[in-house]
Structure formats: structure tokens, C-alpha cells
Design a protein around this ligand. Structure first.
Ligand code: NAD
Length: 304
């Protein structure tokens, strides 16, 4: 809490979706003065009612802020927010710090940092993990690429939104770490899906089996947190299949360029493509189990 009392910086927040809205709320709760924008006006209005100033563009957010955060879907969205018409770059000035917390390509994060630096804007890439619940409860894990001085300057904000804050390395390093995390999320999700479908095919008690797997040597966040929802057929997002596919595409493109082989990630990406083709892209990423169920003709559920 010490950090929160010491900072008097004015904060801008662009992108108030599933993640950005609760993150912005936590900054307001921590006492920061906020100016916000979302291309969907009603989303910004929701934070406006809680004390944030509303701005018509990223440029207007930036004119009223010392530090600007963006939390938008993908690489082209971030480039538009920074360098598009009405973007952050139009309000460039010395001492402005722009922090992108979206998940985007590490190469694009580096390019954004270079272009911004040429205009005198300091930047950090600071993607997050922990999902909507982590955003709401301010328990996100935040991984950062950029200069140490800027990380120290932004630390009061990070502390207001997250629990674990790690400076990974130079610009782009935060995004690279986030993509490594997404590999682990996807492959653990696949492991949980296969284990539950196998157990269902053999007719054993799925709830007891899940409990054992959640504390066994093969356990992971997927077994502890995703598996109960899979069995209860709760596929409401949170984090959608479409967003996970965006992340896995970034992983596979980056790995392709580096001649790195990621067979588990590639397989999971293909299974998600089948679910997207069947109209499931807006479901939670844990609906991966449906792909395994369809291949086997067996459903793993504990509810009727
Ligand atoms: P979302 O689609 O719910 O929200 C994105 C918001 O950005 C929307 O409100 C959209 O209107 C706004 N936006 C897009 N372009 C804009 C622009 N040019 N100007 C102003 N507003 C703009 O997405 P989300 O789930 O909040 O995810 C945001 C980012 O965080 C993504 O990169 C995602 O991969 C990452 N992420 C999501 C989760 C999750 O559980 N949802 C978890 C970790 C990381």
C-alpha cells in the first residue's frame, strides 16, 4: 500500500473489456485519477460513473495523462491505439510513459517501443496472466519488458492491479514470457481434457477422479481450476477460444521464425480450429474438451 500513497501520476486507460474494465476499477479504488477510452462508448461510461474522466480518443486520453495503459485484443489494435489516427503518438511529449498490457507479438512490441522512442515516448510491454478473476481481484501476474527505471515508475500501478510483478528483460521480453505461459496453458488444458474423457470412457466416478488428479503428480492449474468447470459444462468466458487462438498463432509464428518445434502447441491449435469452425470461438478456452469428446464419442460431465 505504501506505493499507492506515494504516486500522484495521472493515469490513462484505453480498452475496457473483460480485463481492462476491472483493472481500471482497481486503479480508481487505489486512488488514481483516471481518464479512459473504449471504442465501445458504453464500456467507458461504466467507469465514468465510478469517477473516471471520459475521453473521445487515445490522443485525448494521453493529453490528460502522465502514464497511459492499453488493454486491447491484438497486435493491429495496439498499433492503431499508438500510431493510428487520434492515437497516443499524436500527444507525444517527453516523460510520457505508455504501457501496453495486451497480449501481442513480441516483434510488434519491440517495433512499437522503437517507433515510440523516436517520438520521445517511453514504453513497457506488460502482459498479464490470471484471467478475469485475477483482474477483478487484483491478483494478476504481470510480466514486463522494458527499462528498469520505467518499471519502478509504474510499480504503484502494477501493485494496484496484480500480485506478482516480474521485470523479465528488455522491450518484448514481457510478451515472450506471456507466450511461453500460453503454451503451458494450452497443453495443460489438453492434458486435462484427455484425462477426463478417458476416465469417462471407462465409467469411473469423474468427480473422485478429478479430485485425485488435482492433487496428483500430473496436476496443474488446468486440473485444479479448469477441470471442475469442464465437468459442470460451464463454458462461459472469461478467456475465449478466439483469444487463445490469437495467442497460439503468435506462439507458432514466433517459433516458426526461430525454427523451434512445438508439436503439442500445434496440435492444440488445430483442435481449437475445429471448435471455431463449429461456431465455438466465443466459448471459454476450456471448451477444448469438446474437441476430444467429439473425436471419441464420449462426454465427460457430472451434471445432467
Ligand atoms: P476484450 O475484447 O474483452 O476487450 C478489449 C477492449 O478493447 C474492448 O472493449 C474493445 O472495444 C477495446 N478496443 C479495441 N480496440 C480499441 C481501440 N482502438 N480504441 C479503444 N478501445 C479499443 O478483450 P480482453 O479479454 O479484455 O483481453 C484484452 C487483452 O488481454 C488481449 O490481448 C487478451 O489476449 C489479453 N488477456 C485476456 C485474458 C482474459 O481472460 N480475457 C487474460 C489474460 C490476457
Amino acid at each position: 500500500m505504501e506505493w499507492l500513497v506515494m504516486s500522484t501520476e495521472r493515469i490513462g486507460f484505453i480498452g475496457l473489456g473483460v480485463m481492462g474494465l476491472p483493472m481500471a476499477r482497481n486503479l480508481i479504488t487505489a486512488g488514481f485519477s483516471l481518464t479512459v477510452n473504449d471504442r465501445v462508448a458504453e464500456r467507458a461510461a461504466a467507469v465514468g460513473k465510478e469517477g473516471a474522466r471520459l475521453a473521445g480518443s487515445a490522443r485525448e486520453v494521453t493529453e490528460n495523462s502522465d502514464i497511459v495503459i492499453s488493454m486491447v485484443p491484438s497486435s493491429p489494435d495496439v498499433e492503431a491505439v499508438y500510431f493510428g489516427r487520434g492515437g497516443i503518438a499524436e500527444a507525444a511529449r517527453p516523460d510520457l510513459l505508455a504501457i501496453d498490457m495486451s497480449t501481442i507479438a513480441p516483434g510488434v512490441a519491440k517495433k512499437v517501443a522503437e517507433k515510440a522512442a523516436a517520438l520521445g515516448i517511453r514504453t513497457l510491454d506488460a502482459p498479464v496472466t490470471g484471467g478475469e478473476i485475477g483482474a477483478v481481484q487484483a491478483t494478476l501476474t504481470i510480466m514486463i519488458g522494458g527499462d528498469a527505471d520505467d518499471v519502478v515508475r509504474a510499480m504503484p500501478l502494477f501493485q494496484a492491479m496484480g500480485k506478482s510483478v516480474v521485470h523479465i528483460g528488455p522491450h518484448g521480453a514481457g510478451q515472450t514470457c506471456k507466450l511461453a505461459n500460453q503454451i503451458a496453458v494450452a497443453v495443460n488444458n489438453l492434458a486435462a481434457s484427455e484425462a477426463l474423457v478417458f476416465a469417462a470412457s471407462q465409467g469411473i466416478d469423474l468427480e473422485k477422479c478429478r479430485e485425485v488428479l488435482a492433487s496428483g503428480s500430473g496436476s496443474s492449474h488446468a486440473f485444479r481450476t479448469f477441470a471442475p468447470k469442464m465437468l459442470a459444462r460451464d463454458f462461459k468466458p472469461g478467456f475465449t477460444i478466439d483469444l487463445q487462438q490469437k495467442d497460439l498463432r503468435l506462439v507458432l509464428d514466433t517459433a516458426f521464425d526461430a525454427h523451434v518445434s512445438l508439436p503439442g502447441t500445434a496440435l492444440t491449435h488445430q483442435l481449437y480450429s475445429a471448435l471455431q469452425q463449429a461456431g465455438g470461438g466465443k466459448q471459454a478456452h476450456i471448451a477444448l474438451i469438446k474437441a476430444i469428446e467429439r473425436l471419441s464419442g464420449v462426454e465427460a460431465r457430472t451434471s445432467s
